[in-house]
Design a protein around this ligand. Structure first.
Ligand SMILES: Cc1cc2nc3c(=O)[nH]c(=O)nc-3n(C[C@H](O)[C@H](O)[C@H](O)COP(=O)(O)O)c2cc1C
Length: 219
C-alpha cells in the first residue's frame, strides 16, 4: 500500500465542541463531511481516547465550527494537542454560548449545531452521524483547508488524528516534537542539531521554549 496517496486526500479544519453540565470540551478535527442535503447529515470521526468523544457520546449534542485561515495557531495547538479532560480550552472572553454549546468568537467562518443520530464503531475511532439543527455564518473569511494548515502554517498531525501517517525515515538523526503545537524539528533536515540550538530558541510555530520539545524518534 502506498500511504503517500492518503496525503492527496483533501479536508477542511474544524473545532468540534460539546458541553456536559458546565464542562466545556472541544477538539480539532479534519474529518467532517456532509452526507445528505435534505435534513442535512454530517459525519465526523473522533478518536475514542479523545475526551470530546466521551462527552459527545453522553450528551448526543455538538457544535461544529469551520475554522478560517485567520484562526490563530494557538487555537489549533490548544484544541488539537491538549485534552479537555485537564484543560479549560475555551478561555474567558474568547467564546460565547449558543444553544448551550461553546462557540469561538474569532477565527471561524461559522458554526453548526447538531444532534447525534448514530455512532459507528470503527476500532480506534467512532464515526458520528449527526443531524444539523442550525447553521450560522459569522464571517466572510476563507475556510482553512488541511493543506493550508500543513503547507502555510507548517502544522503536523498528531497520532490521534485519523489521517496521521507515520513518516518513513532514512536518517537516524534525532527528531523532536513540540508538545504544545506538534511542530517537528528533524535534525536531518535542519542546519543545526536541536541540542546545539541556543536556550533562547523558541518554537517557530507557537513560540514556546526548547524544553517543550520531546524526542520522538526513539519510541
Ligand atoms: C490537524 C489536526 C487534525 C485532527 N483531526 C482529528 C480528527 O479528525 N479526529 C480526532 O479524533 N482527532 C483529531 N485530531 C486530534 C485531536 O484534536 C486531539 O487529540 C485533541 O487533543 C483531543 O482533545 P480532547 O481530549 O479535549 O478531546 C486532530 C488534531 C490536529 C492538530
Amino acid at each position: 500500500m502506498n500511504s503517500e496517496l492518503f496525503k492527496d486526500m483533501t479536508y477542511g479544519m474544524y473545532v468540534v465542541s460539546s458541553c456536559d453540565e458546565n464542562k466545556r470540551v472541544g477538539c480539532i478535527i479534519n474529518t467532517a463531511t456532509q452526507i445528505t442535503s435534505n435534513d442535512p447529515l454530517i459525519s465526523i470521526s473522533l478518536n475514542k481516547e479523545n475526551y470530546t468523544n466521551k462527552v459527545i457520546k453522553k450528551t448526543k449534542r455538538l457544535a461544529l465550527m469551520i475554522l478560517s485561515e485567520d484562526a490563530s495557531k494557538e487555537v489549533i495547538s490548544t484544541f488539537g494537542y491538549q485534552s479537555s479532560k485537564e484543560e479549560e480550552k475555551f478561555k474567558e472572553g474568547e467564546y460565547e454560548i449558543k444553544e448551550n454549546l461553546p462557540i469561538l468568537k474569532k477565527g471561524i467562518c461559522g458554526y453548526m449545531i447538531a444532534e447525534v443520530n448514530k455512532v459507528l464503531d470503527c476500532g480506534t475511532h467512532d464515526l458520528f452521524l449527526c443531524l444539523i439543527k442550525k447553521a450560522e455564518k459569522v464571517s466572510k473569511s476563507f475556510p482553512m483547508s488541511y493543506a493550508y494548515y500543513h503547507e502555510v502554517l507548517k502544522g503536523a498531525s498528531p497520532k490521534k488524528a485519523p489521517t496521521f501517517i507515520e513518516e518513513k525515515r532514512e536518517s537516524d538523526k534525532p527528531v523532536y516534537q513540540c508538545i504544545i503545537c506538534g511542530h517537528i524539528y528533524d535534525d536531518s533536515k535542519e542546519p543545526i542539531a536541536f541540542e546545539k540550538l541556543p536556550d533562547s530558541w523558541v518554537c517557530p510555530t507557537c513560540k514556546v521554549g526548547k524544553r517543550m520539545f520531546k524526542r520522538i524518534d526513539e519510541t
